[in-house]
Design a protein around this ligand. Structure first.
Ligand SMILES: [Zn+2]
Length: 475
């Protein structure tokens, strides 16, 4: 008997999502149909922010240790959240002989078509999710453009004040000067502008007994934080980058001059910026091929290291020959390849692609419709029985037993309704135009998010001793 582990996931951000219980139920039913023995069940509840997805880690681990033959999910997007990263995990599992199966999207991953449609489904799912995320971002941008504070704690020197947003009929927050803290901010800026060192400023603050907003002693980091805030010069900013990447330029940063009451003058602020700007660190290298680049000699993944991708086994153990390649060269090859591939796709391809996908989905849809009809009939039946029982109860017949029966029927009805709810989620057919649009945007994305596109198009890159790289496309 094949052993299966069930995996379910909900995100607390999407209340319309199928519950863990319903996902489990669909998977259990699928396992029963397929004759799988369920050896474990895992789930993750996500809050929207990045999480380590413990449930997923556990299920992947079971796969790697050959404790299971299949992972069953309700829908593939439960498993592929960031699509590509997760697909890497799937392919690793497949190498261990573990299949990822979906209870509601019946695709046979053992066939090339199956794998192909699954990849497209997850790519399209991700695409849709991203559009939703963009929509949310667009809405918050609108609020930010009116100068309302969207961050957490106000910067040192300011308080938050609630005011009414007449357009949205709700309260929003704006920054107002904190009269106790503002003179300290002014002092810090002026000291730094007139050439004092960080330690001199910190000494002074400590002598004065001033603490940060979180009640800690001041540190160099808290000074950096202070100096990077344009709010002190009266400029409202939104999306200047995280603390980690605060020095990096972003195209979508919102800046409104004069939307915040200033604490320091522009002259002082600019002087500080000029001095502080000299400290800006160099951007860290990002190795965009991590996870898909492998050593052709021993098969180990290659890791990025000072401008090179090198065999990780060689780095760790030195028991295999050295294999390495210039980061610039191999990444350029991969990007050229991706660009060529995107260019090569033409209209006919999309038509064929859409037809194949839709045929696959139509098959599922037919099964689904049949099941819905069956369930509707069953539902009618149960409802009639409930009516009869209720009738009998009101007539005063054998109340206790009938009540038990009524309760059982009610439970049955609820289960049917849940299944119906799951089944009535529409299958999203794709059309050639959508796919074409998707592909068109892929090229745009290649400029901004190279890694994501490369992972979508390239199965892996194998580097052989001497530095020859072979790109293997996804099937
Ligand atoms: Zn190697």
């Amino acid at each position: 008997m094949k052993r299966a582990a069930i995996y379910a996931r909900v995100s607390t951000l999407h209340q319309s999502e199928t519950s863990i219980e319903v996902q489990f139920a669909a998977c259990e039913k699928f396992c029963a149909e397929q004759g799988f023995e369920i050896v474990a069940k895992f789930f993750d509840k996500q809050t929207g922010k990045a999480s380590d997805r413990m449930g997923l880690q556990k299920v992947l681990d079971m796969g790697r240790r050959h404790k299971i033959d299949a992972i069953v999910v309700d829908k593939y997007d439960r498993f592929y959240r960031d699509s590509i990263e997760d697909q890497i995990a799937t392919r690793e599992l497949e190498k261990h002989g573990v299949l990822v199966l979906s209870a509601s999207e019946r695709i046979d991953p053992k066939t090339a078509t199956g794998r192909f449609s699954r990849n497209i489904i997850s790519a399209v799912n991700q695409y849709i999710r991203e559009n939703i995320r963009e929509e949310v971002m667009r809405k918050t941008d609108q609020v930010a453009k009116k100068g309302y504070w969207l961050g957490g704690l106000p910067p040192f020197g300011y308080n938050l004040k609630e005011i009414k947003d007449p357009e949205a009929q709700r309260k929003r927050k704006v920054l107002v000067i904190n009269e106790q803290e503002a003179p300290i901010v002014r002092m810090i800026f002026e000291m730094y502008a007139s050439g004092h060192s960080y330690s001199e400023i910190l000494d002074k603050l400590n002598t004065m007994g001033v603490k940060t907003r979180r009640g800690n002693p001041w540190s160099k980091n808290s000074l950096y934080e202070l100096f990077r805030r344009e709010e002190y010069a009266g400029v409202y900013t939104y999306k200047v980058g995280t603390k980690h990447s605060s020095h990096f330029h972003r195209d979508d940063t919102i800046r409104i001059d004069g939307a915040v009451p200033p604490i320091v003058s522009k002259e002082v602020f600019d002087k500080v910026r000029a001095r502080y700007g000299k400290r800006i660190r160099k951007q860290q290298r990002e190795y965009i091929l991590r996870g898909i680049i492998f050593c052709g000699d021993c098969g180990a993944p290659m890791n990025g290291n000072s401008g090179l991708y090198e065999c990780s086994r060689w780095r760790r153990r030195r028991d295999v020959p050295y294999v390495g390649i210039s980061q610039h060269r191999v990444e350029k090859d991969a990007l050229d390849y991706a660009e060529k591939l995107i260019d090569e796709m033409n209209d006919t391809d999309f038509d064929v692609l859409a037809k194949q996908l839709n045929a696959e989905m139509a098959k599922q849809d037919e099964m689904r419709q049949k099941k819905i009809l069956e369930l509707m009939q069953e539902k009618n039946q149960v409802e009639k029985e409930i009516e009869n029982v209720v009738d009998a109860i009101t007539k005063g017949v054998l109340v206790e037993r009938l009540q038990q029966k009524a309760q059982k029927l009610d439970e049955k009805l609820k289960k049917i309704e849940e299944s119906l709810k799951t089944l009535s989620q529409n299958i999203d057919y794709v059309n050639a135009d959508e796919l074409k649009k998707f592909w068109g945007e892929l090229k745009e994305k290649l400029k901004e998010n190279k890694r994501e596109v490369l992972l979508a198009l390239i199965e892996k890159i194998v580097v052989y001793p001497g530095g020859k790289a072979v790109i293997i496309p996804r099937h």
